[in-house]
Each structure stands twice: as C-alpha cells, then as structure tokens.
Write a protein of this length. Structure first.
Length: 134
C-alpha cells in the first residue's frame, strides 16, 4: 500500500506543479489540457486491463510483455522510478520518440481519454508489481 500512496503523492505533487504552470481555467480544464484525469479520479486496474487489450495490446503484447511492434511495459525500464506515471500520460498525449528500444516512435493516441490512461497505468503497475518490479 505504501507504494501506491507514494505514487499517488508524487503524481499529485507533479500535477499541482504542472497546474500552476499551465495558465488559466479550472483545475479540471488545466488537467485536461495536460492530458491528465481530474484529480479526484480513481483509476481501476480491471477497466485498465480491458482498455489495454483494446488499445495497447497490439503493440505492447499480451500482459504488457512486448511484441515485434513495441516494447514490454512489464520491464525495469518502465517501473515508476524510471518512467513515472506522468511519462505514460505524456506518451499517450504526445507520442514518444524511440529511445530504449528499436521499434520506432510511438504515435500519440488521441482517442484514449486521460481517465482510461489512468486505468491502463493501474493495470500495468499491477502487472509490474506481480513480477516484483518496483
């Protein structure tokens, strides 16, 4: 539980700092512009598994173990201490330039709402934890 609380606190602090830098509007509007869910949103790993299967599995493989199209997310590179949750939100909103792997760039995924990204993150973090990755 401590790990989840630490991640939630880190995400909240990072979100607060980003909100301060993001300009006018309500917190919800500013979070949405950043590709983040409302601060009160409670991610659901079960829903994340469903969304992952529909939106991420083709490239990142079954159970996030990778494929010939994309890297495994159940890997030390993608644990919270190396790729914080904010990196996942950014990857979905803006895409990612290839850096750890040789699969090419990841395109932005504009049809995946920030709440669904939160659910996917909860699912992936759960898979990582089951493998002892922290």
């Amino acid at each position: 539980m401590r790990h989840k609380c630490h991640l939630a606190t880190a995400t909240l602090l990072a979100s607060s700092a980003l909100l301060a830098a993001c300009g006018q509007g309500s917190d919800t509007e500013r979070l949405a512009r950043l590709g983040l869910p409302p601060a009160s949103y409670q991610a659901d790993a079960g829903r994340g598994a469903e969304v992952y299967s529909a939106k991420c599995r083709d490239c990142h493989g079954p159970a996030a173990r990778g494929s010939d199209k994309g890297p495994p997310l159940v890997h030390g590179y993608y644990v919270a201490s190396h790729h914080a949750d904010l990196a996942f939100y950014r990857a979905v909103k803006q895409g990612v330039v290839q850096h750890h792997w040789e699969f090419g760039d990841m395109p932005a995924q504009p049809d995946v709402a920030p709440e669904r990204v939160a659910d996917i993150i909860a699912y992936v973090r759960g898979l990582q934890a089951k493998q002892g990755l922290r």
